[in-house]
Design a protein around this ligand. Structure first.
Ligand code: XMP
Length: 321
């Protein structure tokens, strides 16, 4: 792989920020840059570096693709407002759901999301603004997993031979591409981001679509959105690396009010990991698991079964898609 990793022990966050800020200023000159902010630690850190370098010449967008967690857009906009960064919400729900219609294969789903993001949404935003660059928070692990052929991470483009200028009409700037998550967290803290951001558990680029097995429809995303909220409520203080809910495609027979109910299954995963490359399930107490099952089967309509993943990565991966 061409990109060289900066290991945590070799990282000087202040120096890193200074170097990347200078680099962005010199590459961009007096032009404009469009910035993709999802609210995760990677894109948040990159937004702050870009803002330091370019100020108002950085146009930051939060793409509401209909696949995000509950109230995510509003939360991120107000958090960045407090830091002086204006974030515009782009409503792209229609584009994403129509690209995902009828798609069930995991890699095809990822490809549909990549095309919607980069070609349709950012292609249009870049064209309309007259910018030449898109700034985004790709990290070292994203590249590694994609290049190794494990999963095509939604944000990997040039590293797998995609000429973004030719295909989408802009170049991509990726200031944190040499860092893993732990390094990004250090940089994010040094940038003055609040702890709720720099310590935020990872969330995948394809968002809740990575947690819906089978077709991604607004109705199925809503189910996993509610289950995700419950899992996050119950596990935020578990100390785990990441925790999530997955909606399965297969239905199973259950009982509701004494009658047969052929209902949905939700799988809960909770991971111990350092860098997402390998992981093992957290040994959650049975009381916690019991509470999760109780809440999910009562609060998420139509769910009759909740399971807990006990498989390590590998052979599992962290997300289901
Ligand atoms: P997997 O599921 O491959 O996930 O074990 C490893 C880590 O990466 C996150 N993830 C993604 N992040 N774009 C991203 O920016 C993606 O397409 C993507 N897919 C997975 C996942 O949540 C985990 O932390």
């Amino acid at each position: 792989m061409k990109i060289k990793e900066i290991k945590l022990e070799d990282l000087n966050a202040e120096k890193f920020i200074e170097e990347k800020t200078k680099k962005i200023s010199s590459v961009v000159g007096d032009g404009l840059v469009v910035n993709a902010l999802s609210g995760g630690v990677d894109s948040a850190a990159v937004t702050m570096i870009g803002y330091k370098a370019l100020g108002d010449r950085l146009k930051t967008y939060f793409v509401e693709n209909g696949l995000m967690r509950e109230r995510e857009a509003q939360k991120i906009v107000s958090l960045f407002k407090a830091l002086g960064v204006h974030v515009e919400i782009v409503d792209a729900r229609k584009e994403f759901f129509s690209a995902l219609k009828g798609v069930t294969d995991p890699e095809e789903k990822r490809e549909a999301i990549t095309q919607s993001f980069y070609k349709d949404i950012f292609g249009k935003l870049v064209r309309e603004s007259g910018a030449k660059y898109l700034l985004q928070g790709t990290n070292y692990t994203d590249v590694e997993e994609t290049v190794a052929g494990i999963k095509r991470q939604h944000n990997i483009l040039e590293q797998i031979g995609i000429d973004t200028q030719e295909q989408f009409g802009y170049k991509v700037l990726e200031p944190i591409i040499e860092l893993r998550k732990s390094g990004v967290r250090e940089v994010a803290e040094a940038l003055g981001l609040p702890e709720e951001i720099y310590n935020r558990p990872p969330f995948p680029g394809p968002a809740l679509a990575a947690r819906v097995i089978g077709e991604v429809t607004p109705e199925r995303v809503e189910i996993i959105r509610i289950a995700t909220k419950i899992v996050e409520d119950e596990l935020w203080n578990s100390g785990a690396f990441q925790y999530l809910a997955i909606l399965h495609e297969d239905r199973v027979t259950g009982i509701r009010e004494g009658k047969r109910d052929f209902g949905m299954q939700i799988e809960v995963r909770c991971w111990e990991s350092k860098d997402a490359l390998t992981g093992s399930p957290t040994r959650l107490s049975y009381d916690i698991l019991d509470k999760l099952a109780q809440r999910i089967t009562t609060e998420v309509s139509g769910v009759v079964s909740v399971t807990y993943n006990i498989t390590k990565k590998p052979p599992s991966t962290i997300e289901a898609v």
